[in-house]
Design a binder for this molecule. Sequence first.
Ligand SMILES: Cc1ncc(COP(=O)(O)O)c(C=O)c1O
Length: 211
Amino acid sequence: MLTSGASAGLHYLLSSLVDHDGFVFIDELAFMLTFGILKQFTGMQVIPVKMNDDGVDLADLEQKIQRANYLPKTQASSSGDVCKGVINIARKYDLGVICDDVYNLLHYGDEIPKRLYAYDSMEDSDYKGNVISNASLSKPISPGMRIGWYEVPPRVKSVLSSKGMLVSSGGFCNFTMSVLASMFEMGIAQSHIKLVRETLAERMRVTVKIL
Ligand SMILES: Cc1ncc(COP(=O)(O)O)c(C=O)c1O
Protein backbone atom coordinates (compact mmCIF):
# COMPACT_ATOMS: atom_id res chain seq x y z
CA MET A 1 0.00 0.00 0.00
CA LEU A 2 1.53 3.37 -1.03
CA THR A 3 1.50 6.41 1.26
CA SER A 4 2.58 10.03 0.93
CA GLY A 5 5.71 9.43 3.03
CA ALA A 6 6.55 7.95 6.41
CA SER A 7 5.29 10.96 8.39
CA ALA A 8 1.83 10.92 6.82
CA GLY A 9 1.97 7.12 6.96
CA LEU A 10 2.58 7.17 10.70
CA HIS A 11 -0.23 9.65 11.27
CA TYR A 12 -2.65 7.44 9.33
CA LEU A 13 -1.55 4.32 11.24
CA LEU A 14 -2.01 6.04 14.59
CA SER A 15 -5.40 7.42 13.66
CA SER A 16 -6.60 4.13 12.16
CA LEU A 17 -5.20 1.45 14.46
CA VAL A 18 -4.46 2.84 17.90
CA ASP A 19 -7.01 3.65 20.61
CA HIS A 20 -6.97 7.41 21.04
CA ASP A 21 -6.64 6.94 24.80
CA GLY A 22 -4.13 4.10 24.35
CA PHE A 23 -0.43 3.66 24.97
CA VAL A 24 2.47 4.08 22.58
CA PHE A 25 5.85 2.75 23.66
CA ILE A 26 8.71 4.23 21.64
CA ASP A 27 12.49 3.84 21.46
CA GLU A 28 13.89 6.67 23.57
CA LEU A 29 16.09 7.66 20.60
CA ALA A 30 13.68 8.22 17.73
CA PHE A 31 13.27 10.58 14.77
CA MET A 32 12.43 13.94 16.39
CA LEU A 33 9.39 14.66 14.23
CA THR A 34 7.80 11.36 15.31
CA PHE A 35 7.22 13.03 18.67
CA GLY A 36 5.58 15.99 16.92
CA ILE A 37 3.14 13.59 15.22
CA LEU A 38 2.45 11.73 18.47
CA LYS A 39 1.75 15.05 20.22
CA GLN A 40 -1.27 15.55 17.95
CA PHE A 41 -2.93 12.55 19.60
CA THR A 42 -3.46 14.25 22.91
CA GLY A 43 -5.18 11.31 24.61
CA MET A 44 -2.39 8.81 23.95
CA GLN A 45 0.24 8.10 26.56
CA VAL A 46 3.71 8.03 25.03
CA ILE A 47 6.20 5.99 27.04
CA PRO A 48 9.90 5.92 26.09
CA VAL A 49 11.73 2.60 26.24
CA LYS A 50 15.45 2.35 27.04
CA MET A 51 17.95 1.52 24.31
CA ASN A 52 21.11 -0.59 24.50
CA ASP A 53 23.96 -0.78 21.98
CA ASP A 54 22.20 -3.59 20.09
CA GLY A 55 18.68 -2.12 20.07
CA VAL A 56 15.76 -1.78 22.43
CA ASP A 57 16.10 -3.00 26.04
CA LEU A 58 13.69 -5.95 25.97
CA ALA A 59 13.35 -6.17 29.75
CA ASP A 60 12.45 -2.49 29.99
CA LEU A 61 9.96 -2.85 27.13
CA GLU A 62 8.20 -5.82 28.69
CA GLN A 63 8.12 -4.18 32.11
CA LYS A 64 6.39 -1.10 30.73
CA ILE A 65 3.80 -2.87 28.62
CA GLN A 66 0.18 -2.97 29.70
CA ARG A 67 -1.74 -2.07 26.58
CA ALA A 68 0.52 -0.63 24.00
CA ASN A 69 1.76 -0.07 20.52
CA TYR A 70 5.47 -0.01 20.05
CA LEU A 71 7.36 2.25 17.65
CA PRO A 72 10.95 1.22 17.03
CA LYS A 73 13.30 3.84 15.61
CA THR A 74 14.76 1.65 12.90
CA GLN A 75 15.52 -2.01 12.97
CA ALA A 76 18.50 -1.61 10.68
CA SER A 77 20.58 -1.02 13.81
CA SER A 78 19.09 -3.75 16.00
CA SER A 79 20.72 -7.14 16.42
CA GLY A 80 18.97 -10.35 15.32
CA ASP A 81 18.48 -11.41 18.94
CA VAL A 82 16.77 -8.11 19.80
CA CYS A 83 14.53 -8.38 16.74
CA LYS A 84 13.49 -11.92 17.74
CA GLY A 85 12.87 -10.67 21.30
CA VAL A 86 10.64 -7.85 20.05
CA ILE A 87 8.63 -10.34 17.96
CA ASN A 88 8.19 -12.64 20.97
CA ILE A 89 6.94 -9.78 23.15
CA ALA A 90 4.67 -8.45 20.37
CA ARG A 91 3.08 -11.89 19.94
CA LYS A 92 2.78 -12.52 23.68
CA TYR A 93 0.84 -9.29 24.30
CA ASP A 94 -0.55 -9.03 20.76
CA LEU A 95 0.93 -5.58 20.18
CA GLY A 96 1.20 -3.64 16.97
CA VAL A 97 4.82 -2.77 16.12
CA ILE A 98 5.22 0.16 13.73
CA CYS A 99 8.71 0.33 12.21
CA ASP A 100 10.16 3.60 10.98
CA ASP A 101 11.82 1.87 7.99
CA VAL A 102 13.16 4.95 6.26
CA TYR A 103 16.80 4.05 5.73
CA ASN A 104 16.64 0.42 4.59
CA LEU A 105 17.26 1.08 0.91
CA LEU A 106 20.38 3.04 1.79
CA HIS A 107 22.55 0.20 3.06
CA TYR A 108 26.15 0.44 1.86
CA GLY A 109 27.31 -3.17 1.87
CA ASP A 110 26.25 -6.05 -0.39
CA GLU A 111 24.15 -7.68 2.29
CA ILE A 112 20.71 -6.07 2.73
CA PRO A 113 19.97 -5.58 6.46
CA LYS A 114 17.00 -7.67 7.54
CA ARG A 115 14.05 -5.58 8.73
CA LEU A 116 12.01 -6.46 11.79
CA TYR A 117 9.13 -7.14 9.39
CA ALA A 118 11.06 -10.14 8.03
CA TYR A 119 11.29 -11.65 11.51
CA ASP A 120 7.49 -11.76 11.84
CA SER A 121 7.32 -14.79 9.59
CA MET A 122 4.03 -16.24 8.37
CA GLU A 123 5.67 -19.68 8.53
CA ASP A 124 5.82 -19.52 12.35
CA SER A 125 3.16 -21.59 14.11
CA ASP A 126 2.39 -18.66 16.45
CA TYR A 127 2.21 -16.03 13.62
CA LYS A 128 -0.49 -13.41 14.11
CA GLY A 129 0.86 -10.51 12.03
CA ASN A 130 2.13 -7.88 14.45
CA VAL A 131 4.69 -5.85 12.50
CA ILE A 132 4.02 -2.95 10.16
CA SER A 133 6.78 -1.55 8.01
CA ASN A 134 6.28 2.18 7.42
CA ALA A 135 8.83 2.94 4.71
CA SER A 136 9.70 5.96 2.60
CA LEU A 137 11.28 6.93 -0.70
CA SER A 138 12.21 10.35 0.72
CA LYS A 139 15.87 9.36 1.13
CA PRO A 140 16.56 7.24 -1.97
CA ILE A 141 14.42 9.26 -4.43
CA SER A 142 13.49 12.66 -2.98
CA PRO A 143 11.62 14.05 0.04
CA GLY A 144 9.67 16.31 -2.33
CA MET A 145 8.02 13.31 -4.05
CA ARG A 146 6.11 12.56 -0.81
CA ILE A 147 5.94 8.82 -1.48
CA GLY A 148 6.26 5.97 0.97
CA TRP A 149 4.71 2.56 1.46
CA TYR A 150 3.42 0.12 4.04
CA GLU A 151 4.09 -3.57 4.25
CA VAL A 152 1.47 -4.93 6.60
CA PRO A 153 0.00 -8.25 7.79
CA PRO A 154 -3.31 -9.27 6.16
CA ARG A 155 -5.37 -8.41 9.25
CA VAL A 156 -4.00 -4.85 9.22
CA LYS A 157 -4.44 -4.36 5.47
CA SER A 158 -8.18 -4.90 5.67
CA VAL A 159 -8.50 -2.31 8.48
CA LEU A 160 -6.36 0.32 6.74
CA SER A 161 -8.09 0.03 3.39
CA SER A 162 -11.57 0.24 4.91
CA LYS A 163 -11.16 3.72 6.45
CA GLY A 164 -13.20 6.57 4.97
CA MET A 165 -10.21 8.60 3.86
CA LEU A 166 -8.87 5.83 1.60
CA VAL A 167 -12.27 4.64 0.44
CA SER A 168 -13.05 8.20 -0.59
CA SER A 169 -9.78 9.02 -2.35
CA GLY A 170 -8.62 5.58 -3.48
CA GLY A 171 -5.08 6.45 -2.43
CA PHE A 172 -2.93 9.02 -0.66
CA CYS A 173 -1.45 10.78 -3.70
CA ASN A 174 -2.63 9.07 -6.83
CA PHE A 175 -1.03 11.36 -9.41
CA THR A 176 2.47 11.25 -7.87
CA MET A 177 2.17 7.48 -7.52
CA SER A 178 1.62 7.18 -11.29
CA VAL A 179 4.60 9.42 -12.00
CA LEU A 180 6.74 7.23 -9.75
CA ALA A 181 5.45 4.05 -11.41
CA SER A 182 6.56 5.46 -14.78
CA MET A 183 9.96 6.34 -13.31
CA PHE A 184 10.41 2.69 -12.27
CA GLU A 185 9.14 1.38 -15.61
CA MET A 186 11.63 3.58 -17.45
CA GLY A 187 14.50 2.61 -15.11
CA ILE A 188 15.02 6.25 -14.03
CA ALA A 189 14.21 5.54 -10.37
CA GLN A 190 16.60 2.58 -10.19
CA SER A 191 19.54 4.56 -11.63
CA HIS A 192 18.78 7.48 -9.29
CA ILE A 193 18.72 5.16 -6.24
CA LYS A 194 22.08 3.71 -7.35
CA LEU A 195 23.57 7.22 -7.64
CA VAL A 196 22.21 8.28 -4.23
CA ARG A 197 23.61 5.13 -2.59
CA GLU A 198 27.05 5.65 -4.14
CA THR A 199 27.13 9.36 -3.25
CA LEU A 200 26.03 8.84 0.36
CA ALA A 201 28.42 5.89 0.81
CA GLU A 202 31.29 8.12 -0.33
CA ARG A 203 30.19 10.92 2.02
CA MET A 204 29.96 8.42 4.87
CA ARG A 205 33.49 7.13 4.19
CA VAL A 206 34.87 10.70 4.14
CA THR A 207 33.02 11.63 7.35
CA VAL A 208 34.25 8.49 9.13
CA LYS A 209 37.81 9.22 7.97
CA ILE A 210 37.66 12.80 9.29
CA LEU A 211 36.20 11.66 12.61
C1 LIG B 1 14.21 8.45 10.65
C2 LIG B 1 13.17 9.17 9.84
N1 LIG B 1 11.90 8.77 9.94
C3 LIG B 1 10.92 9.39 9.23
C4 LIG B 1 11.20 10.43 8.39
C5 LIG B 1 10.07 11.07 7.63
O1 LIG B 1 10.06 10.59 6.30
P1 LIG B 1 9.06 11.18 5.18
O2 LIG B 1 9.80 12.25 4.44
O3 LIG B 1 8.79 9.99 4.29
O4 LIG B 1 7.85 11.68 5.83
C6 LIG B 1 12.50 10.88 8.24
C7 LIG B 1 12.81 12.01 7.34
O5 LIG B 1 13.81 12.68 7.44
C8 LIG B 1 13.53 10.23 8.99
O6 LIG B 1 14.80 10.62 8.91
